[in-house]
Design a protein around this ligand. Structure first.
Ligand code: SF4
Length: 358
């Protein structure tokens, strides 16, 4: 198990629930717009949010953003994303950043990394070491090429250097836009370190393919028991990243409080409008799932919506709640027992009522 670090009020690693991260795409210097987007991300289920800090004004805006979030009653840790200029990391910490993300390879040398570490230690905040192939050390490129091994070695080398400074609150990320590389690096890191790992397929793109790339890369590692916090990287509105991250966690059974809908693809045997029923239940279930998660329910609720008697009774009986449909009707199961026989028009309200009582 990875060791645990604390980012604001969120625990990362050490058996804590996998946290969901996203990144704002507002101009961080526009504190109002950034606070509004962070509020929306928090409402969508984001646990930790990262903001780009390209200059001193952006670093200083963190203080105003946090104040605005507090005024809105929103509590969510903010990570300052720093490249090139270590002074921005220091300014971000002075302005209340809950975590710093640096790429030590592009920050200007060990002394500057050390200055950031000293400041983070004093502020009791963690550092995420994020390396990428663009800033790999020459000797690693010579030994390994621009490969997953070189990326892993670079991250581990920096981790060791920072640990030797007496600083242990480190999260590591080595992301790639290539799914195989992402998985290979994640596995290599998990064998070599107990630092918590931040997972993601970076620059995954847009649309369905981006979602599937992210699900495959992140999901493969999570199923191996690797990873402590995730970010799905999608071009566009970051709210979509949070929904995708939740779906990935739900898909691998790691979203506490999730409502997992099991429904058949339908075929020529189906005698109800199962696609409409399932779509409506899924849409209305999203609100119920959010309420379960926010109220601290940890059990995953399985709901089967099945089209006929071939696989229907088995799946419905196996789920917490289930319907096995027939010709314009359905048999309803609760915890494996048949409870009711209802008409097609009653199926949706019955399932939603039962979910809300669980
Ligand atoms: S459960 Fe019935 S309707 Fe659904 S796919 Fe299987 S055989 Fe077809």
């Amino acid at each position: 198990m990875s060791r645990q670090v604390k980012c604001g009020s969120v625990l990362i690693g050490g058996g804590a629930p996998i946290s969901i991260q996203s990144m704002t795409n507002t101009d961080t210097r526009d504190a109002c717009a950034t606070a509004a987007q962070i509020h929306a991300l928090a409402d969508a289920g984001c646990d930790i949010v990262r903001c780009a800090i390209p200059d001193l004004q952006a670093a200083e805006a963190i203080r105003t953003i946090k104040q605005q979030l507090q005024n809105r009653g929103v509590s969510i840790p903010i990570v300052a994303d720093i490249h090139f200029d270590y002074r921005l990391a220091i300014a971000a910490i002075e302005n209340g950043a809950d975590k710093i993300r640096i790429n030590p390879g592009n920050i200007g040398g060990i002394d500057r990394v050390s200055a950031v570490v000293t400041k983070a230690r004093a502020a009791k905040i963690p550092i995420r070491i994020g390396v990428n192939s663009g800033s790999l050390e020459k000797d690693l490129i010579e030994e390994f090429g621009r490969t997953p091994d070189a990326l892993a070695q670079s991250a581990l080398r920096w981790t060791e250097k920072i640990q030797k400074m007496g600083f242990a609150d480190i999260v590591i990320s080595v992301k790639s836009s290539d799914v195989r590389e992402t998985v290979t690096v994640g596995r290599a890191l998990s064998r070599a370190t107990d630092c918590p790992l931040h997972l993601g397929v970076t620059e995954a793109g847009v649309g369905e393919r981006a979602l599937i790339k992210s699900a495959v890369g992140i999901g493969a590692l999570l199923l191996d028991g690797i990873g402590d916090t995730i970010r799905v990287s999608l071009t566009g509105d970051p709210i979509n990243e949070v929904a995708a991250a939740r779906s990935i966690l739900s898909g691998v059974g790691l979203l506490p409080g999730a409502i997992d809908i099991i429904s058949c693809p339908t075929c020529g045997r189906c005698r109800v409008d199962l696609p409409r029923i399932t779509a409506e239940v899924a849409a209305k279930t999203a609100v119920l799932e959010k309420a379960r998660i926010e109220s601290g329910i940890r059990d995953i609720l399985t709901v089967a919506i099945m089209g006929c008697a071939v696989n229907g009774p088995g799946e419905a009986a196996h789920a917490d709640l289930g319907v096995a449909c027939g010709d314009g009707r359905a048999v309803f199961f609760r915890k494996g027992k048949i409870e009711e026989n209802v008409s097609e028009t009653e199926i949706i309200s019955l399932i939603l009522r039962e979910i809300s009582q669980c």
